[in-house]
Design a binder for this molecule. Structure first.
Ligand code: CA
Length: 222
């Protein structure tokens, strides 16, 4: 289980990192908002610990942007500010839980476990279109029960499409999720990767699932 910590207080980061590693979580860290958002978009974490007051982009904005991009990684907001409005604001932004600094590690771990447990029982981890299934917990894609080996980029592209199935997904949204928000296409990277993804998904199947939406992007549907 990988956890992303987005927090600029180095001392707190070190404490959290050490404690989480002792609990056998793997840990990634971002010390500012932009870096945190781009890591959260590029990688699949089980959970994000998100500070509110951050350089370059605050925690509420990060959380809102993730949710707007259909990234539903659970988020626990960490903040020194204890005002009730902040709590409501954080949860409105799409956070799953909230901890006020200073908090105890026991409290933090119990919240993490509760969220991951809740997460286990949701079917958000199993996404389907026709006979194509993405099992996010296993990080595995199958069609008609046959495993389709995908590269990390192809997986992310499919993840974005399948989370928004039936919807025309803009090219930029796909690029943001697979390459990160600062990436600029120099060639035809998106089309090339979609082409590979398409051929892998269609292999041995007559029905294409990824369709081009002219002038917009792509849609995944039957
Ligand atoms: Ca801070």
């Amino acid at each position: 289980m990988a956890i992303l910590i987005i927090e600029d207080e180095k001392k707190l980061v070190n404490i959290l990192k050490k404690a989480l590693k002792e609990e056998r979580y793997s840990v990634d860290v971002a010390y500012d908002g932009e870096e945190g958002l781009s890591k959260a978009m590029r990688n699949n974490y089980s959970l994000i610990l998100l500070d509110v007051m951050l350089p370059s982009k605050d925690g509420f904005a990060i959380c809102r942007e993730l949710r707007a991009r259909h990234i539903h990684t659970p988020v626990i907001m960490l903040t020194a500010r204890g005002a009730i409005e902040d709590k409501v604001f954080g949860l409105d932004a799409g956070a799953d839980d909230y901890l006020i600094k200073p908090f105890s590690l026991i409290e933090l771990f119990s919240r993490i476990r509760a969220i991951l447990r809740r997460r286990k029982t949701t079917d958000e981890d199993m996404l389907k279109v026709a006979n194509l299934v993405m099992d996010k917990k296993k990080h595995e894609v199958t069609r008609g029960g046959v495993v389709i080996p995908l590269t990390p980029k192809e997986y992310k592209l499919l993840d974005t499409l399948i989370s928004r199935k039936g919807e025309a997904v803009k090219r930029r949204d796909l690029i943001d999720h697979a390459w990160g928000p600062t990436f600029k296409e120099v060639g035809n990277e998106l089309n090339v990767h979609i082409k590979y993804l398409r051929s892998k998904i269609n292999k041995g199947n007559k029905k294409p699932l990824i369709h081009t939406v002219r002038g917009v992007g792509f849609v995944l549907k039957e």
